[in-house]
Design a protein around this ligand. Structure first.
Ligand code: IPD
Length: 268
């Protein structure tokens, strides 16, 4: 059983409060699927509302910290060294379509390093948490990345670029990556939330994950979850520059290099 630090407790409380409201909104979205107007406006309102609750709760607990938010952008705090990185709904397209796979993400960045992260799936009540040097947890139970070592036994998750995301060349390059990875693995999954993909790597459900074109808020919390669960994380060129590059590859220690190689050789 994990005893949460003060900072993780602050993050959990904020996510739970926002999650309660988001869960009610999700019920409403499901009803709106059949309406002529569709749920799009309602969903963007829910996104903004969720971020507002998170912002209020976190700034109440730590008034000096800054913010980087998906909706509200950057908001410097009085403390120049600490900021929250927030994604109110990661998996917005799933949410919009009434697919119960999305999450609230909060990461804490201190002096340019992610030191704490939580990813909360409010529908399935799964709270993934991690703090630097303290391990990673799923609802208070310790998480470890999987022990698989062979790509051929492994399941890898990814994100598929869509309209408005990347050029035609990027889409073609992604198809080559899929081909390379699928030929050497037990399967590829695309569930629609990069944050939950990373949380699932940390929980040992997926053996690895790669994606390009991500924003810092899609990845920040997941990076520390995977690392604290014993996995390796880098950008697609192998550097510790995921937030800057917008690309990520996260996997078990044995599978990180083979997965990176499969993705890299597709680009040749
Ligand atoms: C999206 C999800 C998705 C990924 C996209 C992201 P959002 O985040 O993480 O899985 O493929 O690239 O933008 O927009 O739902 O917060």
């Amino acid at each position: 059983m994990a005893r949460h630090s003060a900072i993780i407790t602050v993050m959990i409380n904020a996510a739970r409060k926002a999650g309660q409201r988001l869960k009610r909104d999700y019920g409403e979205v499901d009803n709106l699927q059949v309406s002529r107007k569709g749920p799009a406006d309602f969903v963007s309102a829910a996104d903004i509302r969720t971020e507002k609750i998170l912002r209020e709760e976190l700034s109440h607990a730590r008034p000096d910290y800054g913010f980087l938010m998906e909706e509200g952008g950057e908001e410097p705090g009085e403390d120049p060294d600490r900021r929250w990185i927030i994604d109110p709904i990661d998996g917005t397209t799933n949410f919009l379509h009434g697919i119960a796979h999305f999450a609230i993400c909060i990461a804490l960045e201190e002096l340019g390093e992610i030191t704490a992260g939580i990813i909360f799936d409010p529908i399935n009540e799964q709270m993934f948490t991690a703090e630097k040097g303290q391990g990673a947890y799923l609802n208070d139970r310790r998480m470890r990345v999987s022990s698989r070592t062979n790509p051929q036994d492994s399941i890898f998750a990814t994100g598929i670029p869509f309209k408005g995301r990347g050029t035609e060349d990027d889409h073609t390059a992604f198809l080559a990556e899929m081909q390379s990875v699928m030929a050497e693995s037990a399967g590829i999954r695309r569930f629609g939330s990069a944050a939950l993909d990373l949380a699932y790597v940390a929980a040992g459900r997926f053996d690895g994950f790669w994606e390009r074109g991500l924003h810092p808020w899609d990845m920040a919390a997941g990076i520390i979850l995977v690392r604290e669960a014993g996995g390796l994380v880098s950008d697609l060129t192998g550097r510790d520059k995921m937030l800057e590059a917008g690309s990520i590859i996260a996997a078990t220690p044995e599978l990180h290099q083979p997965l990176r190689e499969l993705v890299r050789k597709a680009g040749k």
